[in-house]
Design a protein around this ligand. Sequence first.
Ligand code: ZN
Length: 217
Amino acid sequence: MERLSIDTLVNKENPLSISYVPSDLIAVDNNEYNFHGYSDPNLKPMVSSQIYIPFLDLEMASVYDGLHITVDSGYRSAQYQRALFMNRFVLNRVDIKAKFPDISPEELDAEAYKLTTSQVAKMGCSEHQTGYAFDIACYKNGEYSAATTEEERGWMNENAHRFGFILRYPKGKEEITGFDFEPWHYRYVGNDIANRLYNGGDWITLEEYHKSLKLKL
Ligand SMILES: [Zn+2]
């Protein structure tokens, strides 16, 4: 049985077993429309109970500051992640084909695959499977919205670390994380590490953090 800790690194080089499911998932928001737009109440966003209280504190602080941050997508199973990957792959294939009508089928697949891997994690390689990560959504005038603006994203960028969360895929660190800048994706690592990685707003990645630990050994 795989056991994770709050600083476990999950990425393309460090995948989770596809059968890993956190044992302590808890529904984090009762809005039944906020898991990628699905209206199935069984698909309420879930997170590890270890991040539930820190998340509630963050949510409360955002409300205090006149916003209301909530969760769009928390825990995702490996199978669900695979479906997301395949959906995006198919869309990218269509887009590329429209731009380059003469592309060969082999090239088209290769290009669509390359693009998709920079956008969506493959099965086992998503932090969402840990239960420690979430994508932000918000409430505006009581209405749920998966589309966040600079306001919410800016607030998270400045404040999330105070509650133990890090901006996981910062701008300028795409080569290190292997992912495009994702201003909506946050990962819980606890207050100590989050404060270090915040670095006055010049985010250090979890990859760099783990590398620095190895160097110290
Ligand atoms: Zn995410």
